[in-house]
Design a protein around this ligand. Sequence first.
Ligand SMILES: *Cc1c(COP(=O)(O)O)cnc(C)c1O
Length: 383
Amino acid sequence: MEATTPVNGQESACPPPAAVLLNPGPVNVHERVRAAMTYPDVCHREPEAAALMRRTRAKATAVCGGDENHTSVLLAGSGTAALEAAVSSVVPRDGKILVLDNGNYGERIHRIVTVHGIPEHHLEFGWMNPMDPAAVDAVLAADPQITHVGMVHHETSTGMLNPLREIGEVVARHGRSLLVDGISSVGAEEFDMAADHVDWLVGTANKCLEGLPGVSFVCARRDRLEALADVPSRTFYLDLHGHYVAQDKVGAPLFTPAVQVMYAFEEALDLMLAEGVGERIARYTDFARRLRAGFAERGLRFLLPEEQMSTSVTNVHVPDGVRYADLHDLLKDEGFVIYGVQEQVGNVFRVANMGQLATDVPDVFLAALDRVLGKLGAAGVAA
Ligand SMILES: *Cc1c(COP(=O)(O)O)cnc(C)c1O
């Protein structure tokens, strides 16, 4: 890349070299998504910004499988912004939430609930343990105070896909409301707002929807959003009902949104809808299958049984005698960014296959991995 021009005698930021991102978001984006960032500057209170938000909300809803009864509310911020908006806005003062937790992001819902002082039953399955719908059933049967259940669909920390359909069925049978963090599953996993009984779905632009970071959203039925008028908000900025009214009724955002990132998100949603959700799931599944076959051939061990894994994240034990940091740095020299895992799961590295990746990425990456493990003298790995 070209050196950047000094500004006011200061060297301006130099872009880093392009890398293949195999971390679980942010992802490599399509050229059209990046190009959308350069659309002309707009004022967020002009009709063109309102139109952009209206279109983007409708497209996000379509990708989530919502029908004409659903809509989406956009938030400026990463996925956690929309997650906190949903969690802090939907549970009434006399309500209580059951949080299902089997990893870092389940724990994040618990932490948000704690910050806002929301009454909670925290059901911990333990990291890497599958969620048990029968345990959820038992807690709901025993505690009529519980009004909401919060869970993560794809627990990105371990790469485990949680049994949303089964749990949705249990929650619906008990007449409670289900809030799902679908931040790393929307677009890449089988998902159905109605069939899975999801009342509140949280998503973000920069994971499997292949947009840029800075915009996230909550998809829900309109009547549920309307009913939030009776639920006092716990925050000023993340008041979901306030954002809904502003975007849906007033036609102007509550605060200044990340307009340029939203242009990029709309482009990403167009690409998603053109590809088709089924096709994208097939693409991710194929990349994951090729990566996993390659890891298995090399004698590398997975953190989870393959049937528990999502389509987009594979966690692999770092071979004996190798430090994660060395593996990361040498792979980065080869042009690939891998990701670490929270210490709870041990010495493991994460390889995600989210985003716009060239078809040959699994093969090229596995070849680079062979060179790197060779250099590191990895014991017990069949090269
Ligand atoms: C990425 C992610 C989040 C949000 O993280 P941000 O850093 O706010 O984007 C939340 N939940 C899950 C399951 C995730 O994968």
